[in-house]
Design a protein around this ligand. Structure first.
Ligand SMILES: Cc1cc2nc3c(=O)[nH]c(=O)nc-3n(C[C@H](O)[C@H](O)[C@H](O)COP(=O)(O)O)c2cc1C
Length: 178
């Protein structure tokens, strides 16, 4: 069943995964409250080791401009309609857990036509100060969201065509069988 037959959603899951690109330029337009809610819910429901959920999401508002100076590409964060800092408790699985949150959020956004991009942290100490993190916490990644500046329609290709066009190592080089 295509997800479009389910409530609210628009893209087949496999097509969403295959067509997802990390876009960095967004329109100066706010996201709908529903889209923001769905992004945050998608992050909330992501699994974690032992279901510890040692994380919190900080939606940047007043802090957005200052946060932009603490990542590797400030323009992506300063020009986004929504920026979410994924804050995790430091630990061996925290990166994996954070990545699950991030990809869930980005795919839920994509499903609503909202583009996104992860932003690497350039100044971890700066984030501790800016967001008043505890010593046990760190920002794993900042995810920027926005309506794509140039438009982007996953339905212009099939999932197989998106996979073929993706700038990724081909499966026969990637996968080993032993
Ligand atoms: C952990 C992580 C950090 C990233 N940091 C940045 C970043 O700081 N700036 C940026 O422009 N893209 C960043 N990206 C996005 C990658 O560059 C992107 O995933 C890759 O180029 C593939 O892009 P595509 O899906 O559009 O082909 C990051 C991705 C990951 C997974």
């Amino acid at each position: 069943m295509r997800l479009s037959e389910a409530k609210g959603a628009e893209i087949d899951t496999y097509l969403a995964i295959a067509s997802k690109r990390d876009l960095r330029r967004y329109r100066e337009e706010p996201l709908t409250a529903e889209a923001v809610e769905r992004i945050l819910q998608a992050g909330r429901v992501a699994g974690s080791g032992k279901n510890r959920q040692a994380r919190r999401f900080i939606v940047l508002r007043e802090a957005q401009a200052d946060a932009a100076e603490l990542v590797t590409r400030p323009g992506n964060v300063s020009g986004a309609a929504l920026v979410v800092a994924i804050v995790v408790a430091k630990g061996s699985w925290s990166g994996f857990d954070a990545a699950r949150v991030a990809q869930n959020m980005m795919l839920a956004a994509w499903n609503d036509g909202v583009a996104s991009c992860p932003n690497a942290i350039a100044d971890a100490d700066g984030f501790v100060a800016l967001l008043a993190l505890t010593p046990e916490e760190e920002v794993a990644v900042l995810i920027s969201f926005g309506l794509p500046a140039r438009g982007f329609d996953p339905d212009t290709k099939t999932a197989e065509e998106w996979l073929e066009a993706a700038d990724r190592v081909p499966l026969d080089e990637l996968v080993e069988y032993r």
